[in-house]
Design a protein around this ligand. Structure first.
Ligand code: ADP
Ligand code: ZN
Length: 729
C-alpha cells in the first residue's frame, strides 16, 4: 500500500496549477506532510500552490530538489477527488494542471483562517435615509443572516465604504468580529416533508433505499414539469443527510433562483451552501472550506460545484439533466452530467438525473439498464398538462414584418381580459437577426467573426453574438455608403415587443432576455417580480424555459417553432423537442389550465407532430433508431478537434497534416472527417477548422487521439482544442 504520510525530507510529487504537464518533485517539510495536502512550493523565483499528488519519482538531481514551503490550513484533496481529477483529465484530454485549477478556483486559498470584521444589520436608524444609505440597508435586509465584509457590502449596495461606516455610527449597521469562515447552519432532515402522492412516494422510497446502500448508482427520474420531481429528490437529499453524508444539487445556472433555496429552507429549516457565479468571493471561500471540512451538508450549485473538495459525498442530483448549459464550452470542455456520474462512481454516491425531457444519452442508458428509471406520470394535484396545438402559418393572414398570427393574438387577448399572463417565446435576442442594405444587398457582418451583427435597439447598438463586440447602428451602409437604406430583417425579442405594444397598447409588456440586465441578480429579481404578476405579456428567450414558476401564466405562444429544425445539426430534433415541451410546460402550473400554441409552417413535420402529441416514448425510440443506424452518439462515439489561427493557410495546413497522419485512429477502427471550416468559420479574427472523429462505442478513443495528436507540433499562433462528445455534430 502507498504511504499516506511523508516524513520530513521524504520525496513527494506535487501537482501545481502551473501549465506543466507533469508533477514536480519536492521534499516534505519539517513537520512532514500527507498525500492530498494543499501546499505552497517554490517554483523558480515564485511561490505557487499545489497538491501533494503521489510519491516522488526522484527523477532529477536529488541535491537540487527543493523543499515544500508550508502545508496550507485547508482541507486536503482526498483520494476520491484526486482520482476524479485524473480520470476527468484523461477522459476530456485536458492537462492535469488545468483540471486542478477547476478544483482550486477559490480566492485567498493560502490565507490562514482567522478573524475579520463583518457587517450585519443593526437596530438603530439614522434620522435621514439618503438613497445610498437605504441601498446598504436593503442589501442587508435582503440577505437575512448573511454578513459581508466592508468592500463586499459597499460593492453590493454600490456605495462608497464611508456610507457603510456612517451607518455603523448610527447603529443601523453593526460591525462585528467574526471567524473568517463561519460554518453553515445545520439542516434538519427530520422535519416533515410534504405528504407525497402514491407515485411520488414510490419513487422516493426507491431512491431512499438506493441512498441507504451507500454505494454508486444512477437513476433517471422522469416526469412532466410539475409532477413533483423536486419534492422526490429533496426526500433523497434527506435520506443522504440522515446517513451523515453530503449532497450536491446541480441546477442550470439560470435556474438558481431564490425560489429553489426557499424550498430547501422550507424542507430542512435552513438554507444550503451556494456555489455559482452570483456568490461573493467571501462566500466562495467559505463554501469551499466548509465543504472540505464536512460542515456544508448540502451544496446547491452550477456545474463547477462538481469540483468542490467534498469530505463524504453521498448524492449528486442533476436537475434538468438534458440542459445544454451543463456542457462547459470554453476552457476545459466537459459535460457536468457525465462528470457527475464519474465523480459519484468514485465517491460511492448515488446520482439522480431529473428531467421532463431527458437527453437521448440518459434515455438510452436507462433503456440499456445501466441507469435505473423512475417515472412520475401526472402533474401534482391533477393539474392538466397544457393543451398543445399548432397554428398553421400558411393559413394565417399576416402582413410582412409581423409575426403574431391573428389566431395567437386572439388567444392573448382572452388572457389579457381574464387577468392572466401570456408568454411569447422566441429564441432570438435583440431586435433583428439580420440588418440588410436595401440599396446594395449587403448584410452587416462582424469584422472579426463569420457572423452577422444583430441589432439591439434597446442598447442602440449592433452586437456580434460570437465575440460580443458592439458598435453604434450606422446611418449609412458600410459597403455602398447610401444613407437611410439599412433595414432589419426577421424578428428578435425586442422587435416582438414592438409588435406586441402595437397590438395591445394597454398591456404591460416585458422582454426577458439576458443581455438586457446588468447582472444575473438583477435578472433574477426581475423574473421574480414578473412571476408575482408584474407583467401581462412576457416576451422571452430560452432563459424563461427553465427555473422559475410563473403561476399566473396560462398561455405560451411559440413564435417560430421551426427555428431549431433548420440547419444540419443532428441533435436539432432532440433539442427542439426538449425546448418546446419545456417551454409549453411553463403554462398552467397553478390552479388554471394552460395552453401552448406553436406557430409553424410545417405542421406535418414529424418532430412537430411528436411535440404536439406528447408521444415521448415514440419520439425517443424513433430518434434512437436513427442514431443507432448512423452509429452516432449515444450509440457511437464522437470527438471534435477545432484548430484555429489568425492565418487561414496555417490552420488548413495543420488540418491536412493531421488528416494524413490518421493511422492511430484507423487502428481503432475510427473514421476521420475533415478538415472543413468549423460551423462558425471565424471567431475573434481566428480562422477555425474542424475535424470530426467517429468511433465505435467501445473503441479506446482517447489514447488513440493522444497518439495521433502527438505527431504534430502546435507552434506559433496555432491552437488546438479537443472536444470529446461534442454537443453538435
Ligand atoms: P417538478 O420538479 O417535477 O417540476 P415540483 O416538485 O416542483 O415538480 O412540483 C410542482 C409543484 O407542486 C410545486 O409547487 C410543489 O411544491 C407542488 N407539489 C408537488 N408534489 C406535492 C405534494 N406531494 N404535496 C404538496 N405539494 C406538492
Ligand atoms: Zn464577432
Amino acid at each position: 500500500m502507498m504511504t499516506e504520510f511523508f516524513a520530513p525530507d521524504a520525496l513527494v510529487a506535487v501537482l501545481t496549477t502551473q501549465p506543466l504537464d507533469r508533477t514536480l518533485d519536492y521534499r516534505a517539510p519539517e513537520a512532514g506532510c500527507r498525500m492530498g495536502d494543499v501546499v505552497e512550493v517554490p517554483l523558480g523565483p515564485r511561490k505557487v500552490t499545489g497538491v501533494v499528488w503521489c510519491e516522488g519519482e526522484g527523477s532529477f538531481d536529488p541535491a537540487r530538489i527543493r523543499r515544500i514551503i508550508r502545508v496550507l490550513e485547508v482541507p486536503p484533496f482526498r483520494r476520491e477527488l484526486r482520482d476524479f481529477l485524473e480520470r476527468a483529465a484523461d477522459y476530456t484530454l485536458t492537462p492535469r494542471p488545468a483540471m486542478l485549477r477547476l478544483a482550486m478556483r477559490v480566492p485567498d486559498l493560502a490565507a490562514p483562517p482567522g478573524w475579520r470584521k463583518v457587517y450585519v444589520r443593526g437596530t438603530g436608524t439614522p434620522e435621514r435615509l439618503t438613497d445610498a444609505r437605504r441601498r446598504v440597508i436593503e442589501v442587508l435586509d435582503d440577505h437575512g443572516p448573511l454578513s459581508f465584509t466592508l468592500s463586499e457590502l459597499a460593492g453590493l449596495a454600490d456605495v462608497g465604504t464611508s456610507v457603510v461606516k456612517g451607518l455603523v455610527k448610527f447603529g443601523a449597521v453593526d460591525e462585528i468580529e467574526a471567524p473568517r469562515d463561519q460554518p453553515y447552519p445545520r439542516l434538519d432532515p427530520d422535519l416533515p416533508g410534504k405528504a407525497l402522492t402514491g407515485d411520488q412516494a414510490e419513487a422516493a422510497e426507491s431512491l431512499r433505499q438506493a441512498a441507504a446502500l451507500g454505494r454508486y448508482g444512477t437513476t433517471l427520474l422522469r416526469g412532466v414539469t410539475g409532477s413533483g420531481k423536486t419534492e422526490v429528490y429533496l426526500e433523497t437529499v434527506a435520506a443522504c443527510l440522515k446517513a451523515g453524508r453530503q449532497a450536491l444539487v446541480l441546477l442550470p445556472e439560470i435556474a438558481l433562483t431564490s425560489e429553489f433555496l426557499t424550498r430547501v429552507e422550507a424542507r430542512f429549516g435552513a438554507r444550503p451552501a451556494e456555489w455559482h457565479h452570483g456568490v461573493t468571493q467571501t462566500e466562495r471561500r467559505r463554501c469551499w472550506r466548509m465543504v472540505g471540512e464536512g460542515r456544508a451538508e448540502l451544496v446547491v450549485g452550477a456545474r463547477s460545484a462538481l469540483f468542490l473538495p467534498f469530505r463524504d459525498l453521498g448524492l449528486i442530483v442533476v436537475d434538468e439533466e438534458h440542459d445544454t448549459s451543463y456542457k462547459q464550452e470554453d476552457g476545459v470542455l466537459y459535460s457536468a452530467r457525465d462528470m457527475a456520474v464519474l465523480r459519484a462512481s468514485l465517491a460511492g454516491a448515488q446520482v439522480v438525473l431529473a428531467s421532463a425531457t431527458p437527453s437521448l444519452e440518459s434515455w438510452a442508458n436507462a433503456e440499456a439498464g445501466k441507469y435505473r428509471s423512475l417515472t412520475l406520470t401526472s402533474r401534482y394535484g391533477d393539474r392538466a398538462l397544457p393543451e398543445m396545438a399548432a397554428i398553421d402559418m400558411r393559413a394565417e393572414d399576416l402582413p410582412g414584418q409581423a409575426w403574431v398570427s391573428p389566431t395567437l393574438a386572439r388567444e392573448v387577448e382572452t388572457r389579457l381580459n381574464a387577468g392572466e399572463q401570456s408568454l411569447l417565446f422566441l429564441n432570438r435576442r435583440g431586435y433583428a437577426p439580420v440588418t440588410i442594405c436595401r440599396a446594395c444587398g449587403e448584410m452587416i457582418a462582424c469584422e472579426h467573426c463569420d457572423a452577422r451583427m444583430v441589432e439591439h435597439r434597446f442598447l442602440k447598438r449592433l452586437m456580434c453574438h460570437q465575440c460580443g463586440e458592439t458598435r453604434p447602428i450606422p446611418e449609412a451602409c458600410p459597403s455602398c455608403e447610401m444613407e437611410g437604406k439599412l433595414a432589419p430583417v426577421g424578428p428578435g425579442v425586442e422587435r416582438m415587443a414592438e409588435e406586441a405594444a402595437a397590438l395591445w397598447p394597454d398591456a404591460r409588456i416585458e422582454v426577458l432576455s439576458s443581455d438586457l440586465y446588468a447582472s444575473a441578480r438583477a435578472l433574477k429579481e426581475r423574473i421574480e417580480a414578473i412571476a408575482a404578476g408584474d407583467a401581462d405579456v412576457i416576451i422571452g428567450t430560452q432563459l424563461v424555459a427553465k427555473g422559475h414558476n410563473f403561476p399566473l401564466l396560462t398561455l405560451v405562444g411559440v413564435i417560430d417553432a421551426d427555428l431549431g429544425l433548420q440547419g444540419s445539426d443532428l441533435r436539432a430534433a432532440e433539442r427542439t423537442f426538449q425546448l418546446m415541451r419545456q417551454v409549453a410546460g411553463r403554462a398552467g402550473r397553478a390552479d388554471k389550465p394552460g395552453a401552448a400554441l406553436l406557430q409553424t409552417f410545417q405542421p406535418e413535420h414529424p418532430v412537430i407532430k411528436s411535440i404536439l402529441s406528447g408521444d415521448e416514448e415514440g419520439f425517443w425510440a424513433a430518434e434512437a433508431a436513427e442514431r443507432r443506424r448512423a452509429g452516432m452518439p449515444p450509440f457511437g462515439r464522437m470527438a471534435g478537434i477545432i484548430l484555429s489561427s489568425p492565418d487561414v493557410q496555417a490552420v488548413f495546413d495543420l488540418g491536412n497534416r493531421l488528416a494524413q497522419a490518421d493511422a492511430p485512429l484507423r487502428r481503432i477502427g475510427a473514421t476521420l472527417y475533415g478538415p472543413a471550416p468549423a460551423p462558425i468559420a471565424r471567431i475573434r479574427g481566428r480562422h477555425r477548422v474542424r475535424l470530426l472523429i467517429k468511433a465505435d462505442k467501445t473503441a479506446p478513443l482517447q489514447p488513440a487521439i493522444t497518439e495521433w495528436l502527438s505527431q504534430v507540433q502546435i507552434r506559433g499562433d496555432l491552437r488546438l482544442s479537443v472536444d470529446i462528445d461534442p454537443q453538435s455534430f
